[in-house]
Design a protein around this ligand. Structure first.
Ligand code: NAP
Length: 323
């Protein structure tokens, strides 16, 4: 995105969720009372305004969102994931796509990961089951901090998970696409050929990969087979990254110890999914990293300043890589 801008551009704010669009609009106007804002919360409103919008901010855009754009130059997604816009919403490649930095969404995700690891080591599910049956049967909890935790995806969120794990005494390994070291990570494994050795070395594996063409079902039957029988898998990124049918088989046959899943191939998780009933699964309805307007709007507003000043925007997506 380049210079020339001094006046505020026409901005369309869109979210089909409740009064979220109104809340983002209020926060933007608070910083820019003169802002030229349009806001919509259903597809008809979106299509009424998208033709004249230069900037679009929001998420869950309607199907075929970008077929009638004329002046659009910048799309800002308020979630960390952008796979829907890249793969399902054809748009002019010259339109810049940005997203909320994962770090603004990460704090609760970090606690989700720690909570799952400690709950698993403390065998809280077993305790709850015993409590329901009034059974007094002693067991020995594991010492979680003796685990080696592998973080697949050392981006914004992955790195915050790494530092929390290090602060709590865990040994941390990591996996990423590009060969670069990462603070606090004892060994960084790189690329598909090092994925199996990576998972084989971990007691807990945390998935923090984006949904891209390259990560589609990358946690495959083979990768699951390379995990230790004691391995515990935590997926808080995207369901498409894991071969769910293969995961269900591995969990049923106890080839891995268990999983904590916040994301699924199909959401909402279908009522007939076997995952609901597997005793070694902890399942949440995609809530680990909520996107809260007051917590994420700052990243858009900072980028708006850059846009107005003709500076390159932050957190631009490389659409050829999918993240
Ligand atoms: N459950 C929720 O509520 C929730 C909330 C927020 C985000 N998320 C998900 O979390 C994901 C991660 O967010 P983020 O902000 O941390 O993303 P990010 O900063 O873009 O980091 C992505 C990481 O994944 C790695 N990666 C990408 N493609 C890869 C491949 N083919 N092979 C190996 N590594 C690959 C990248 O490797 P390099 O470092 O080598 O580039 C990078 O380390 C998001 O994309 C989103 O889907 C979920």
């Amino acid at each position: 995105v380049h210079p020339q801008h001094r006046d505020l551009p026409h901005i369309l704010v869109y979210s089909p969720r409740g009064d979220e669009a109104a809340e983002y609009s209020r926060l933007i106007v608070e910083r820019h009372p003169e802002a030229d804002l349009m806001s919509a919360s259903e597809p008809a409103g979106f299509f009424r305004h998208i033709g004249s919008a230069e900037v679009l901010m929001g998420w869950m855009f309607p199907a075929n969102a970008f077929t009638t754009v004329r002046r659009l130059r910048w799309i800002h997604k308020i979630s960390a994931g952008v796979e829907d816009v890249i793969y399902e919403q054809p748009h002019d490649p010259s339109v810049v796509l940005t997203r909320t930095p994962g770090a603004l969404i990460a704090p609760r995700m970090v606690e989700y990961v720690l909570g799952c690891i400690y709950a698993h080591a403390q065998r809280f599910d077993l305790a709850a089951a015993q409590q329901r049956e009034r059974v007094w049967h002693k067991y020995t909890p594991d010492l979680a901090s003796q685990c080696t935790v592998g973080v697949a995806g050392l981006g914004d969120i992955g790195m915050l998970v790494v530092s929390a794990l290090r602060r709590n005494g865990f040994r941390v390994l990591g996996w990423r696409r590009t060969p670069r070291p990462a603070d606090g990570v004892e060994q960084v494994y790189v690329g598909t050929e090092e994925l199996e050795p990576f998972v084989a070395a971990c007691d807990v594996i945390v998935i923090l990969l984006p949904a891209t063409a390259a990560t589609q079902r990358i946690i495959s039957e083979r990768v699951l087979a390379a995990m230790k029988p004691e391995a515990y898998l935590i997926n808080i990124a995207r369901g498409s990254v894991v071969d769910e049918a293969a995961l269900i088989r591995a969990l049923r046959e106890r080839r891995i110890a268990g999983a904590a899943l916040d994301v699924f191939e199909v959401e909402p998780l279908p009522v007939d999914s076997p995952l609901w009933e597997l005793p070694n699964v902890r399942l949440t309805p995609h809530v680990s990293g909520p996107v809260i307007p007051a917590e994420v709007v700052g990243a858009f507003l900072d980028n708006l300043e850059r846009y107005l000043a003709g500076q390159p925007l932050k957190r631009q997506i490389d659409e050829t890589q999918g993240y």
